[in-house]
Design a protein around this ligand. Structure first.
Ligand SMILES: Cc1cc2nc3c(=O)[nH]c(=O)nc-3n(C[C@H](O)[C@H](O)[C@H](O)COP(=O)(O)OP(=O)(O)OC[C@H]3O[C@@H](n4cnc5c(N)ncnc54)[C@H](O)[C@@H]3O)c2cc1C
Ligand code: SF4
Length: 462
């Protein structure tokens, strides 16, 4: 007998097995499981889950179709609001968004909205459903800088409205963090990301890779010489931060971004790849966010013993609970209330250890979290050959520094109107991590959507 207070459990790869491979951890629902889970939804009139979704997917509407077994219609309903459902179903923090607001969550477990979205999107892919190109063209051109979730969403929405859209991407593959940051075992690149990008292309969007805006072309040259009527900047926040401690430039110290890019985009995990990564024996990942968990779980799969070094306690870990749980299951060790003070290297400049100090929690700081305070005399040394710094990222100033009239704030984030993405330069819009600093896939998508509307209003009035 089904317990309506509990989610239908989702199958996962066994923790021991998956710690040694890059295949997807979560295996998702099959049709029977999806329909059973959908039955738990009471199709609320004033659905709170929709209010928790940054792109306002008609959640009860699509779940109703899953109940009926009409997956094609369920996919159409999701596609009205989201261009990347197979991605979002896998990586959105549903527990603090739609599922966090689900009425079922008051007495029991919320509906597994993310897992249902994933099921429907995967079904659509397996059954060859594609979005349709716009019938009527507007005769106007828009340039989109960056092919992450913000750029892809903005481009897809503008193409649906009939604009001629070209995405300019600095890297050799489109997808932004979806391809270079989030690891294969959480988000398969070929089966999921590449397929959803194909869907955006099917709407008529062109993607030019290997174009660094600010170097090979500028926003002004795109608008003045190449005839683009408007520009959307979705260039993300890819510039890593470091601690500024002695020894940080030793060989074997990576930023999490570099480490993950080498593994994900450059396929270092594949023994035959032309761009291998160093074979680490013992790795410390400094930081406690989702990016730190991804870097740690990647290093583990590449064969190392891995420690997360974080200066606060478990309660303050900023990573999603599910990610911490998966990391622990796989054998990552957590050295909490510990802060690095120096990286030690051998005579050839390679990392050989990290001097750390123990911390305790004091009064809450500006973020509301209790401030970590050093315990005098508690220094100790960890022996290591690799340190991965995962302390956050900020937007690269390349675009703002080469575009006259584009204002940024003190963190180098582009100043843009939240409602429509308008920047301080006429015809130029922006959204996603380039505006907010490092955030989430769905917030970047929401910003791309808002900017597409803003650009349409601007160009319709011209
Ligand atoms: C390791 C990692 C794990 C994450 N996990 C999650 C998760 O589980 N769930 C979640 O919701 N979020 C997660 N995030 C955050 C999320 O991926 C980002 O918030 C989101 O991708 C931001 O989208 P964006 O489109 O603004 O930027 P990005 O995805 O960063 O895309 C920006 C693109 O612009 C390109 N670009 C930059 N400068 C230029 C230029 N000058 N010219 C041309 N192109 C340029 C970049 O190459 C890149 O492809 C994670 C982030 C990282 C790093
Ligand atoms: S709040 Fe929960 S139960 Fe209500 S419609 Fe949304 S998913 Fe269904």
């Amino acid at each position: 007998m089904m317990d309506v207070l509990k989610k239908v459990p989702v199958r996962e790869q066994d923790a021991k097995e998956r710690a040694a491979n890059f295949e997807e951890v979560c295996l998702g629902y099959d049709e029977a499981e999806a329909r059973q889970e959908a039955e738990r939804c009471i199709n609320c009139k004033n659905a709170q889950c929709v209010k928790g979704c940054p792109v306002a997917i008609n959640i009860p509407g699509f779940i109703e179709k899953v109940k009926e077994g009409d997956m094609a219609q369920a996919y159409r309903i999701i596609s009205e609001s989201s261009a990347l459902p197979a991605v979002c179903g896998r990586v959105c923090p549903q527990e603090s968004q739609c599922e966090g607001k689900c009425i079922r969550g008051i007495k029991g477990e919320p509906i597994a909205i993310g897992k249902l979205e994933r099921y429907v999107a995967d079904w659509a892919r397996e059954n060859g459903l594609k979005p349709q190109e716009a019938a009527e063209k507007k005769g106007k051109k828009v340039a989109v800088i960056g092919s992450g979730p913000a750029g892809l969403t903005c481009a897809g929405d503008l193409a649906k409205m009939g604009y001629e859209v070209t995405i300019f991407e600095a890297l050799h593959e489109p997808g932004g963090v979806l391809v270079y940051g989030i690891p294969e075992f959480r988000l398969p690149k070929q089966d999921v990301v590449a397929r959803e990008i194909e869907n955006v292309k099917a709407l008529g969007v062109r993607i030019e890779t290997n174009v660094v805006v600010g170097k090979s072309v500028t926003i002004d040259s795109l608008m003045e010489d190449e005839g683009f009527d408007a520009v959307f900047i979705g260039s993300g926040a890819g510039l890593p931060k470091f601690m500024g401690i002695p020894g940080e430039n030793a060989n074997g110290v990576f930023s999490a971004n570099e480490y993950l890019t080498r593994s994900n985009l450059m396929k270092a995990f594949d023994g035959d790849a032309e761009t291998p990564i160093m074979q680490s024996r013992k790795v410390a990942v400094v930081g406690g966010g989702n990016v730190a968990m991804d870097a740690a779980r990647t290093a583990l799969r590449l064969g190392a013993e891995v420690h997360i070094v974080y200066r606060r306690s478990e309660e303050e870990l900023p990573a999603r609970v599910e990610e911490v749980h998966h990391a622990k299951e796989e054998g990552i060790q957590f050295d909490l209330l510990t802060n690095p003070v120096e990286i030690l290297s051998d005579e050839n400049g390679w990392v050989k250890g990290m001097k750390c100090i123990r911390m305790e929690l004091g009064e809450p700081d500006a973020s509301g979290r209790r401030r970590p305070v050093e315990i005098p005399g508690s220094e100790f040394t960890m022996e290591l050959d690799t340190v991965i710094m995962s302390l956050g990222t900020s937007p690269n100033p390349l675009i703002s520094s080469t575009t006259e009239g584009l204002e940024t704030d003190k963190w180098k984030c582009i100043v843009a109107d939240e409602a429509d993405g308008r920047t301080t330069k006429e015809g130029v819009y922006a959204g996603g991590d380039a505006v907010t600093g490092a955030a989430t896939v769905i917030l970047a998508m929401g910003a791309g959507k808002a900017a597409a509307k803003g650009i349409d209003e601007y160009l319709s009035g011209k």
